[in-house]
Design a protein around this ligand. Structure first.
Ligand SMILES: Nc1ncnc2c1ncn2[C@@H]1O[C@H](COP(=O)(O)OP(=O)(O)OP(=O)(O)O)[C@@H](O)[C@H]1O
Ligand SMILES: [Mg+2]
Length: 358
């Protein structure tokens, strides 16, 4: 689930000199979050996972983060703004590299050459090639020590849940492009299910529904904002719907037109993703031993931006009987977990032991 890279000698030298600059990075589809340990807190930097590239040479990066995000949908002809990750998977190594380098610059206050160690969280089902790509990017960018760990494990550590015990912990991470269900016991991942959908798909479904219902085309960004404002998922105790207004373009007249989006519309748009999640959860539970079931009953946390949809906690309990807690910091908890490991790699020691036993 992890691997070490880099020049140990330099690290030892720095340690002797008392230098220790460590960063944790959650490389996400929509947001990349950098956490830098600072006393017993973290300095956090949220960077949109967007890069602006030349159209004829997509490996030529012109802008990263906020600046590139502002260009989405409104770039001149020869420039495109793109996301280096799609559905949690790296689409372009060159673009991911510029995003990672930019994140390291931000996190280190432009003192990248002082970074000893970075820990990067990537999806639990990432391939060896993807893992290796992230490690290579990190070392190439100047970190003397790069560790890649599963986002699920990082989330559990960030949330302060026990990972070393045999009794088990479960993390459900519902992000923008992908969602993971991860079961952890004895410091290692004992089961994982990944679905390649998340909040992005809800936004796309909202756009589709509005088009069908009102013959009005709205932007993805407007759909996302409406989702965040009034979003919910269906449950037995559906809350009273609330509404928001969005301006789109009438398909018939091409004129701007106001449409009302309510919680029920968002819940309908979210339903295919929620159903997929519930099916995956059922598979995980089907495979789980009674011992682990008893552990995760008291220790399941839901993280990721999409976990904030109203009614999700209730719906999961209704469907699979597992009481869950929604994280208080769903969009930064993975980064915090990676930063904890960066500051103290021994946090993972039980996992090392477990690997050695295999
Ligand atoms: N209050 C909210 N209610 C519902 N959804 C939200 C809310 N806030 C953010 N989101 C959604 O959360 C998603 C982003 O979450 P997160 O930052 O965890 O994703 P990510 O880590 O970039 O993606 P991934 O893990 O899939 O690579 C987006 O789809 C966003 O619209
Ligand atoms: Mg994520």
């Amino acid at each position: 689930m992890f691997s070490f890279f880099g020049k140990k000698d330099k690290e030892n030298d720095n340690k002797k000199k008392g230098l220790s600059n460590t960063l944790g990075i959650d490389l996400g589809t929509l947001n990349t979050v950098v956490a830098k340990p600072s006393g017993d807190k973290f300095d956090l930097y949220k960077i949109p996972s967007v890069v602006a590239v030349k159209k004829e040479d997509p490996s030529y990066v012109l802008a990263v983060g906020e600046e590139a995000k502002a260009m989405l949908g409104r770039t001149p002809e020869d420039i495109v703004a793109v996301r280096p990750l799609r559905q949690g998977v790296i689409e372009s190594i060159a673009q991911a590299e510029s995003l990672l380098v930019y994140s390291m610059e931000k996190g280190s206050g432009d003192a990248m050459n002082t970074i000893d160690r970075i820990v990067v969280g990537i999806p639990g089902d990432a391939s060896e090639v993807e893992k290796k790509a992230v490690e290579d990017i990190g070392t190439k960018s100047g970190a003397s020590y790069v560790l890649v760990i599963s986002e699920g494990l990082a989330a559990a550590i960030g949330a302060g849940l026990p990972i070393a015990e045999a009794s088990g912990t479960m993390v459900i991470d519902i992000g923008a492009g992908s969602s993971d269900i991860v079961v952890i016991s004895l410091g290692g991942i004992t089961d994982i299910e990944t679905i390649r959908s998340g909040g992005d798909d809800i936004d796309a479904n909202i756009v589709e529904r509005v088009k069908e219902l009102y013959k009005v085309e709205i932007g993805l960004h407007e759909a996302e904002n409406a989702k965040i404002e009034v979003g919910m998922v269906h449950s037995h105790s559906d809350a009273d719907p609330i509404q928001t207004m969005v301006i789109g373009k009438s398909i018939e007249t091409n004129k701007p037109e106001k449409v009302e989006i309510d919680s029920k519309l968002v819940a309908d748009a979210a339903e295919p993703i929620i159903t997929e999640l519930i099916v995956s959860l059922s598979h995980v539970l089907e495979r789980m031993s009674p011992e682990l079931i008893s552990g995760i009953y008291n220790r399941t946390i839901v993280v990721g931006g999409t976990s904030q949809l109203n009614g999700l906690k209730e719906r999961i309990f209704e469907e699979v009987g597992v009481p869950v807690e929604i994280s208080e910091d769903p969009m930064t908890v993975v980064a915090k977990g990676t930063a904890i490991v960066a500051a103290e790699p021994r946090a993972l020691e039980p996992e090392v032991r477990l690997k050695a036993m295999k």
